[in-house]
Design a protein around this ligand. Structure first.
Ligand SMILES: *Cc1c(COP(=O)(O)O)cnc(C)c1O
Length: 442
């Protein structure tokens, strides 16, 4: 905040398509979909109208003991689109709450399904995982910087190696490694599955970790091990859902169906906060019983199933159909890949990772040794500022420049975005070279 107070703040007043417009009327391309939420661009007429129409009926009524048409219709649509077996929808407010719900549901499910099995409440997750900022979601997270201060508040979870090929924790190479990073999961499950409620995974892309893309087959292996050892597979599709990877959900790339699935971010097209946790019929059934059995899932937020949010989400899904969003995105993904390729030649670009419209460009101090910049060098931040001067808004994660444009972004706009990032990285790299030279002369 100290730094922010010294800078001239950028205040966004309006948006249109892929553009954000500030108070002075300056236009910027929205390179991170307003934090990974926007899908079809800003001010989409169908989305705008859906919310206006819903406003004329009602803005909010509770889903606790009641229901409303948009929430009912949306649940039906989600079940229709989701990987097979996910037949039930539990609404909440955002990605973090959708994950909290999944964790609580998993623990209660095991208690009610098989009380004789003893407590089954532990969670396995990937190192570098990110599942949200609330205390439960943080407990299954692995970003040290975000959580170390809160350690005393967090319940323990068991990390396994992330599939981070550029910085392989086992110092192996794919595919000759045969995905050895997954072996510890089997060891862990074999030993402790009786106490493990679930395994959490961000399918295909660990986004906050720095757009860390898993090699093909990783997700399939996680699914197989969860089934083999009777633990729930919990897919966090908060970032990857709604077309971001080229399919509606990332799990579809490997035909994987999780037992629980958390969604949020793109659910409303990036218009309103809304989250949902999808569950299998088997999980749902375990919560049915006579009143006095107390099988109720005691979890309900004030704005759960908010009709405005659900109306926006329905419009979002409708646009996917009418504009054939996925088909269009799938055509542009290889183009984006080609456009990104030349960036690999830049002095400080160590790795370019792409899965659909999710891109991470990892900047390194030394390309040969892959030595990272110290975080205090704020390389990503510097690139962000240079990009802003050139009309592109991005938000880096440490040394990783993240590009995650709305799915509606055209090839022309994609080229513009990548070109600006290329210029920004070049300029920051050159300044750095000059500073190092000066330091050397002194
Ligand atoms: C953003 C994110 C969350 C948290 O969602 P919020 O809506 O910010 O609470 C959870 N999981 C993943 C994978 C995310 O990217």
């Amino acid at each position: 905040m100290k730094e922010w107070e010294q800078e001239v703040p950028l205040i966004i007043e309006r948006g249109k398509g892929p553009y954000l417009i500030d108070l002075q009327g300056r236009r910027y391309l929205d390179g991170v979909s307003s934090l990974w939420v926007n899908v079809h661009g800003h001010r989409h007429p169908i989305l705008d109208k859906a919310i206006q129409d819903q406003l004329k009926k009602i803005s909010h009524s509770t889903l606790l003991g009641l229901s409303n048409p948009p929430a009912i219709r949306l649940a039906r649509e989600l079940v229709h689109l989701a990987p097979p077996g996910l037949t039930r929808v539990f609404y909440s407010d955002d990605g973090s709450t959708a994950v909290e719900v999944a964790l609580k549901m998993a623990v209660q499910y095991w208690q009610q399904r098989k009380p004789s099995a003893g407590p089954k409440w532990k969670f396995v997750r990937l190192a570098l995982a990110y599942h949200g900022d609330t205390v439960g979601a943080m407990s299954v997270g692995g970003v040290e910087l975000f959580q170390e201060r809160f350690r005393p508040l967090l319940f323990p979870s068991m990390p396994i190696d992330p599939p981070y090929c550029y910085r392989c924790p086992l110092h192996l190479k794919f595919p000759s490694c045969q995905m050895a990073c997954i072996d510890p999961l089997e060891e862990l499950l074999a030993k402790e599955h009786q106490e493990i409620a679930g395994v959490l995974v961000e399918p295909l892309v660990q986004a906050v970790a720095g757009i860390v893309t898993a090699p093909a087959g990783h997700l399939t292996k996680v699914r197989a091990l969860c089934s083999k050892y009777h633990v729930l597979m919990i897919a966090d599709e908060v970032a990857t859902g709604f077309g971001r990877t080229g399919k509606m959900f990332a799990c579809e790339h490997e035909s994987v169906a999780p037992d629980l699935m958390a969604i949020a971010k793109g659910l409303t097209g990036g218009y309103l906060p809304l989250g949902a946790t999808l569950a299998t019929e088997e999980i749902y059934q375990a919560f049915l019983g006579e009143y006095g059995e107390w099988k109720t899932f005691f979890h309900g937020h004030s704005y759960t199933g908010n009709p405005l949010g659900c109306a926006a989400a329905l419009a979002n899904l409708e646009i996917f159909k009418t504009e054939r969003t996925l088909a269009k995105v799938q055509k542009r993904i290889p183009v984006l890949q080609r456009v990104l390729k030349p960036l690999a030649r830049l002095a400080h670009v160590g790795d370019i990772r792409q899965c659909g419209y999710m891109v991470g460009i990892e900047l390194v101090k030394n390309k040969a040794t892959r030595e990272p910049f110290p975080l205090t060098a704020r390389m990503g931040h510097k690139v962000m500022l240079e990009a802003r001067r050139r009309g592109l808004l991005i938000r880096p994660i440490g040394n990783v420049v993240v590009l995650m444009p709305p799915l509606s972004t055209s090839v022309k706009e994609l080229r513009q975005m990548v070109s600006i990032i290329s210029q920004a990285v070049t300029v920051v790299g050159r300044d750095l070279g000059q500073t190092m030279e000066k330091a050397g002369r002194m």
